[in-house]
Design a protein around this ligand. Structure first.
Ligand code: ACO
Length: 216
């Protein structure tokens, strides 16, 4: 298959009118492989999960990549502040017992351990919640281009940091290449619920969620 030149790809901010198309893309190219979604049952993402991603669109911090007018990549990001660890702990409690609750249980533990705003002594950070590239277009640097658009937007909005919890080995490698700094690693096998059961069981090669930060 012939691959497009990088110049054939256009990266654009997601507007509220594009939000439905973005979700359709994520349902096809992101959720079916994203390790937290795949590592908990049932396989489909819950409404609360999808609503959370969509709630980031109004901030103007989500981007899509287009090839010949077709969506081939998407990134969802949103702001957070020093209260994020407490906020996520509350959200995890609120959704306890559901698939989204199990995902939040892990993300809350990750946020408490990384605590990036307090760790770097900054008032806010732009947090990347989801990154997906069309399978046919992987390995063409599209993920990196979307992450670069997020970093530029973070600068424009005055956030001193971009932060991402890489649930996949592929996104972790990608951000390392972009100069992100590793601040925390949580191995999936070490994250247990109150009865000692592993909360999320992603398939190989994914072994941990790694939190990375880019200082702007
Ligand atoms: N499975 C197998 N190989 C992959 C995958 C994958 N999921 N992703 C990338 N690769 C390969 C590429 O083909 C390329 O190989 P090559 O060097 O032989 O050409 C190499 O890894 C480097 O690819 P990148 O350009 O760094 O990756 P790209 O930007 O195309 O895609 C992404 C990375 C977006 C993470 C992609 O894997 C994806 O969409 N995954 C599904 C959703 C997901 O899990 N997202 C990450 C979790 S969300 C988060 O961490 C915030």
């Amino acid at each position: 298959m012939e691959h497009p030149e990088p110049s054939d790809i256009e990266v654009r901010q997601v507007s509220p009118e594009d939000a439905g198309d973005m979700m359709t893309f994520l349902l096809t190219h992101y959720y079916p492989e994203e390790p937290l979604t795949v590592g908990t049952s049932p396989p489909e993402p819950e409404t609360a999960d999808k609503e959370f991603l969509l709630s980031n669109v109004p901030f103007g911090t989500c981007f899509m990549a287009f090839l010949d007018g077709r969506i081939v990549g998407a990134v969802v990001a949103g702001p957070k502040d020093i209260h994020e660890p407490e906020h996520l702990a509350e959200e995890a409690k609120k959704h306890a017992g559901s698939k989204w609750g199990r995902i939040l249980h892990l993300l809350s533990a990750v946020e408490s351990a990384s605590d990036v705003c307090r760790r770097f002594n900054v008032p806010s950070s732009l947090h990347v919640h989801a990154l997906g590239v069309d399978k046919e277009q992987r390995g063409r640097n599209l993920g990196a281009r979307l992450m670069t658009a997020v970093a530029q937007r973070a600068r424009d909005l005055g956030h001193p940091l971009v932060c991402v919890d890489c649930t996949s080995v592929f996104s972790a490698r990608l951000v390392q290449r972009l100069g992100y700094q590793l601040v925390n690693t949580l191995r999936y096998e070490d994250h247990l619920d109150a009865s000692g059961q592993q909360v999320i069981r992603p398939p190989p090669p994914h072994e941990s969620v790694q939190t990375f930060v880019l200082q702007l």
